[in-house]
Design a protein around this ligand. Structure first.
Ligand code: AMP
Ligand code: ZN
Length: 113
């Protein structure tokens, strides 16, 4: 996806502040943080949204959650954290490459509104 912002970040064509990286997964700081700790976790390979997850591509979703567990441990998110996926227009998705927000270091309201 040549016009996809997060594909460009994964390819290093757009700069980001990397927090964690594996062969398949990249985590970087959100440019507009909504909590003291706010990281975006993506598969390097393009998937448009959670609505596009299939048996063929879902393996990377497990790898994303494995990465989240490591990031939380490495950053001592001992008070807990929240993982958010916005999907589609009503879900508030603004970048069309599936991503998971990892938010921490403040008391997060529930329900989120
Ligand atoms: P969403 O609204 O769920 O699609 O989330 C997109 C997120 O990407 C927002 O929290 C933005 O602040 C973040 N974002 C947009 N552009 C960049 C960028 N160049 N680097 C890091 N985060 C970004
Ligand atoms: Zn993409």
């Amino acid at each position: 996806m040549s016009d996809c912002l997060f594909c460009k970040i994964a390819a290093g064509e757009v700069p980001s502040t990397k927090v964690y990286e594996t062969e398949d997964v990249l985590a970087f700081k959100d440019i507009d943080p909504q909590a003291p700790f706010h990281v975006i976790v993506i598969p390097k390979k393009h998937i448009a949204s959670a609505a596009e997850i299939t048996p063929e591509n879902s393996g990377v979703i497990a790898k994303i959650f494995e990465a989240i567990s490591v990031i939380a441990a490495e950053n001592h998110l001992d008070g807990g954290f929240r993982v958010v996926n916005n999907c589609g227009e009503d879900g508030g998705q603004t970048v069309g490459h599936i991503h998971f927000h990892l938010l921490a270091r403040r008391n997060l309201a529930w329900p989120p509104g």
